[in-house]
Design a protein around this ligand. Structure first.
Ligand code: CMP
Length: 140
């Protein structure tokens, strides 16, 4: 399997509870390398642009408001099959459906406040990484 990069976000519910290190340990234990990382506070407009694909969904307003409610840690994870591997480590979107040991099973509070985001495909990973990082910030 090829080496890939994927965009990960540690969401406000998790940064608020000081869980960045515990979540990063799960990524690293799974063989994912954090090749870029920064803590930022999104505006609702910046969150809205990132989640534009969900603009028609009933939860869009709530999602943008939540993502701008506190700091997030945006990061790029690298590894073999990193996109799928990260989704495995995160667990299902709804923590009620997430497998034991996954980030969302252990830490997520609800389907909306679900602690982490990860890109879902190579094309979205490329776009999402470029939304937050310049090429020079990725240090493999
Ligand atoms: P994420 O992987 O960041 O991608 C889109 C996000 O929308 C998702 O995680 C959830 O946080 C959020 N989301 C999905 N479904 C719902 C829902 N039914 N209610 C609120 N938020 C949702």
């Amino acid at each position: 399997m090829a080496t890939e990069r994927t965009l990960s976000i540690i969401k406000p519910d998790a940064t608020k509870r000081n869980l960045t290190g515990k979540i990063n340990a799960k990524f690293e234990d799974a063989g994912l390398r954090i090749v870029a990382q920064k803590r930022i506070h999104l505006t609702p407009a910046q969150a809205g642009k990132f989640y534009e694909v969900h603009a028609e969904r009933p939860f869009y307003g709530e999602l943008c408001e939540f993502m701008a409610s506190g700091p997030v840690v945006v990061q790029v994870l690298e590894g073999e099959g990193a996109i799928a591997k990260n989704r495995e480590v995160m667990g299902a979107t709804n923590p009620k459906d997430a497998a034991p040991g996954t980030v969302r099973a252990e830490f997520a509070e609800s389907v909306g406040e679900n602690s982490v985001h990860g890109s879902d495909a190579p094309e979205t990973a490329k776009e999402e990484i470029a939304y937050f990082f310049a090429g020079l910030e990725l240090v493999g």
